[in-house]
Ligand binder design. Structure first.
Ligand SMILES: Cc1cc2nc3c(=O)[nH]c(=O)nc-3n(C[C@H](O)[C@H](O)[C@H](O)COP(=O)(O)OP(=O)(O)OC[C@H]3O[C@@H](n4cnc5c(N)ncnc54)[C@H](O)[C@@H]3O)c2cc1C
Length: 457
């Protein structure tokens, strides 16, 4: 019998899997010591052997490092991106020693934070300072700079991606100079740097617009998937945060909502989130030759699961624990095409890929005006597909990606896709502005690894 949390967790798919090499351990070492240690990302799909790895303890050390480094310099956060943003044979630099709150204002509810802060480490200090992040993604392992660099998002039709919370930032450019930008000072650099994949410079501090601490009621409800498709648009408009999941070969999914509340803290039975993916994998292993039987069994089991409610401080109520590793492709589609695309994704998956067991995740994000934001000038519905990290994701993603492209989807910068420069040029009206500004700030391409050189070189 599949445990309750098991399927629920499966839906959320995830994993805090330990990286073989901990940058935090590096950070504990002497500040400027350069290590030649292989690097790999969270899922293990991206790897490199950099000439050097460094974790400076001060901005001055970072400036010196960038000014004197030979070859490419790539910033790394928590290594939670799936796309080849970090790999280099040059220098990998981590800001893990530059973390925490620099200053905050109770008047504006803004806080300046070190860019190397992990999301999970700043919730409590921000609460102590009378502030909370406006929204968060579905894990909190990432660094702030890493999230902003790829337009990391949570869900909510009236809430933009995390980069839209930025009010000002500071970076070290290719010459090792410190550059500050906001809407008034260096406004073009600001619009470019808010989502810049480490291609403009290494961001050291960001000033975020936050809000007063708040409590959220999270409710998870299991439903027939056809019902979810019918009510998704309405639910998205009714709840502060709304997302839904589909469990392949089950006909079932669940909706997840977060709303402001002043109810007392508490939770219904807490379900274990990580056995579930393994249980779905087991169902796949036993039943992948009989999709009908698989659907029968999975749907019967899922229908026995109870809904769940958790009331918690916001920063404890967004993130899940993802302990089963995967690779992921997520595209951001114009909201009006999202549900139709989701229908096609389900059909294509269930026609062609009985090997797939990871749930599909669907979220809503408000449009913005950031040059390289995938949400640029359009309200969005995002669809994310996952494949177990030990299995080849390419055949499945190759089936699904054309559906996303048909609807002019823009891929998440941190996730797998096959788009080239010419494709991005068509999808982003400010692409050339970004590329030109980038060239002017880094004419020698010191922040470009092979992947980014293909896009901007
Ligand atoms: C289990 C899991 C769950 C996820 N959930 C979500 C989710 O809910 N929503 C979502 O949108 N995404 C999600 N992601 C994707 C993830 O949020 C992004 O890929 C994010 O960029 C990872 O941050 P990181 O700190 O690991 O950065 P890394 O992956 O290490 O780096 C990402 C980018 O940031 C740049 N960077 C890092 N530090 C700096 C700096 N100081 N200055 C300039 N550039 C810098 C790097 O050069 C690189 O281009 C998830 C990923 C995983 C593995």
């Amino acid at each position: 019998m599949i445990k309750r949390r098991s399927v629920l967790g499966a839906l959320v798919a995830a994993a805090v899997g330990s990286q073989t090499l901990s940058l935090r351990a590096l950070a504990a070492a002497d500040s400027n010591k350069v290590r030649t240690i292989p690097w790999r990302n969270w899922s293990g799909s991206q790897k490199c052997e950099p000439a050097a790895r460094s974790a400076p303890a001060t901005v001055a050390e970072l400036q010196e490092l960038i000014a004197s480094a030979k070859g490419t310099v790539r910033a790394v956060g928590a290594g939670h991106s799936f796309s080849p943003l970090v790999p280099t044979d040059g220098t990998i630099v981590s800001l893990s020693r530059l973390s925490g709150i620099v200053e905050h204002s109770s008047k504006t509810l803004q806080a300046t934070l070190w860019a190397g802060s992990r999301l999970g480490d700043i919730g409590q200090p921000l609460e102590d300072a009378g502030q909370a992040l406006i929204n968060m993604p579905d894990i909190d392992e990432q660094t702030l700079a890493g999230c902003l660099a790829t337009a990391t998002h949570g869900t909510g039709v009236d809430i933009g991606c995390m980069s839209t919370f930025i009010e000002g930032l500071q970076l070290v450019d290719a010459r090792g100079d410190l550059v500050y930008c906001d809407a008034k000072q260096n406004p073009d650099v600001f619009q470019a740097a808010k989502v810049s994949m480490g291609a403009l410079g290494v961001i050291t501090q960001v000033r975020l617009q936050n809000m007063a601490p708040y409590r959220l009621r999270r409710e998870t409800v299991w439903r027939e998937f056809d019902e979810i498709l019918d009510i998704a648009d309405t639910m998205a408009d009714q709840h502060r945060n709304f997302e839904f999941f589909y469990i392949p070969y089950s006909g079932m999914g669940f909706t997840d909502t977060h709303d402001f509340t002043d109810e007392p803290l508490g939770s219904t039975e807490k379900i274990d989130s990580n056995d579930s993916v393994q249980d779905l994998k087991m169902a796949r292993d036993w039943l992948d030759g009989s999709p009908r039987l698989r659907e029968l069994i999975l749907s019967s089991v899922v229908k026995t699961l109870s809904d769940e409610v958790t009331v918690e401080s916001s920063w404890k109520n967004y993130a899940n624990e993802r302990n089963v590793r995967f690779n992921e492709m997520e595209y951001h589609l114009p909201r009006e095409h999202g549900l139709q695309a989701m229908r096609e994704v389900r059909a294509a998956l269930e026609k062609n890929h009985p090997e797939v067991f990871f749930p599909i995740e669907v979220r809503f994000i408000k449009g913005d005006d950031i040059w390289l934001s995938p949400f640029h000038q359009r309200d969005t519905m995002s669809i994310a597909v996952h494949r177990y990290f030990e299995e080849d994701y390419r055949p499945y993603f190759a089936t699904i990606e054309p559906i996303f492209r048909k609807y002019n989807g823009r891929p998440h910068w941190g996730k797998i896709n096959t788009l080239q420069r010419k494709d991005f040029q068509q999808l982003y009206p400010r692409w050339n502005d970004f590329a030109e500004l980038r060239r002017s700030m880094d004419p020698a391409g010191r922040f470009l690894n092979p992947y980014l050189a293909g896009l901007f070189g």
